[in-house]
Design a protein around this ligand. Structure first.
Ligand code: DAH
Length: 349
């Protein structure tokens, strides 16, 4: 019968396992390496675990002492593992933070921001000028009746002025409005008999026209003022003030007699050339003047169609194309650029 082999040198064996484990712990630089050390020392098949399992091979009277020493070694290695885990965790955290560092002084990636269309910028500016004078903003339909677009404005069927405004008809008597002037009558009707009537309206209008200075769709701004005792001087001051506000204090205007069926008298209004200041240049074709709008004293028939008595009240009206105002302001030579929405054009403003 074999006597169980009583192993001797257990102290050296334990001390070696302890030293190896502590040295490996000290060398470990990552959580993964540390885990390998833990498995090699304290895992199911680890050196210290194996030693503890082999305690039965020692004589019973020695076991308590050997067990105490072995447990102390296991506790020491466990404590060293915990301390190393803490240290390595902090190192790894510090390394990660360093890698993730953002240099806030680096130039950023520009973010493209939109901005108002140059035509809208000009329209807002025009609206603001008249709003500040007490005019009220109004809006009207783009699909209009022949009655408002022509008849109410003193342009009966067969009137030659209808040829000036080649129209898009949708039906008998229904068309895309050719101008914003029908809003004069619509607005007066909505206000009568109140005074004063002060309206500004901006909107799209449509004509059968297409070249560098004409587009089948374009914009008009229409103004109307009706009250007792309104005369040409009021119109002239209003338009002078408008020109100064858009083109600067030095801007002057001049009135030239013209003809519109819905005003009497009628006039075309020029502003001193915004490019050369009046000396004469290519833009003003050497005249020193640029035509910017049509205007006049509201025709008595139109006043009556609006629901007011032309013997008691009078008024002035004007109409202009903001595209033209913008073209003169920015030096743009093709009207169609406003409607093509080519970013290479729009981004210049
Ligand atoms: N409606 C005219 C056009 O489209 C412009 C115009 C002229 C409007 C004289 C007016 C005005 O209010 O008084 O050509």
């Amino acid at each position: 019968m074999d006597e169980p082999t009583v192993r001797t040198g257990w102290r050296e064996e334990l001390e070696r396992a302890r030293r190896e484990a502590l040295a490996a712990i000290a060398r470990a630089t990552s959580t993964a390496e540390l885990e390998e050390v833990r498995v090699a020392a304290l895992g199911r098949k680890g050196a210290i675990t194996a030693f503890l399992r082999s305690l039965s091979q020692y004589p019973p009277e020695e076991r308590p002492q050997i067990g105490r020493v072995a447990n102390a070694v296991r506790d020491e290695v466990e404590a060293a593992l915990d301390a190393a885990a803490e240290r390595i965790g902090q190192e790894e955290e510090a390394r990660r933070l360093l890698e993730e560092t953002v240099d806030v002084t680096l130039p950023g990636t520009p973010v493209a921001t939109g901005h108002a269309h140059p035509l809208n910028t000009v329209i807002r500016e025009i609206e603001d000028i008249f709003l500040s004078m007490g005019f009220e903003l109004a809006e009207g339909p783009e699909i209009e009746t022949d009655a408002y677009n022509f008849e109410a404005l003193n342009i009966p069927k067969g009137h030659p002025a209808r040829d000036m405004q080649d129209s898009f008809y949708m039906n008998e008597g229904i068309l895309l409005r050719t101008h914003t002037s029908p809003m004069q009558v619509r607005f007066m009707q909505s206000r009568a008999p109140d005074l004063p009537v002060r309206m500004i309206t901006v909107g799209r209008v449509y004509r059968r026209d297409d070249d560098a200075t004409h587009s089948p769709m374009f914009t008009q701004v229409e103004g109307l003022l009706v009250d007792r005792g309104v005369h040409l001087g009021h119109l002239k001051w209003t338009l002078e003030e408008f020109a100064r506000r858009v083109y600067g204090e030095g801007a002057r205007i001049r009135l030239r007699p013209s003809y519109f069926p819905f005003t009497e008298p009628s006039m075309e209004v020029d502003v001193s050339c915004t490019i050369c200041g009046g000396g004469g240049c290519r833009t003003c074709k050497g005249t020193g003047w640029l035509e910017i709008l049509g205007a006049g004293m509201v025709h008595p028939r139109v006043i009556r169609n609006g629901g007011y008595d032309p013997d008691e009240v009078s008024g002035f009206a004007f109409g202009m194309g903001p595209e033209r105002i913008a073209m003169l302001k920015y030096g743009i030579d093709d009207l169609r650029l406003f409607f093509q929405n080519d970013l290479r054009f729009l981004e210049q403003f």
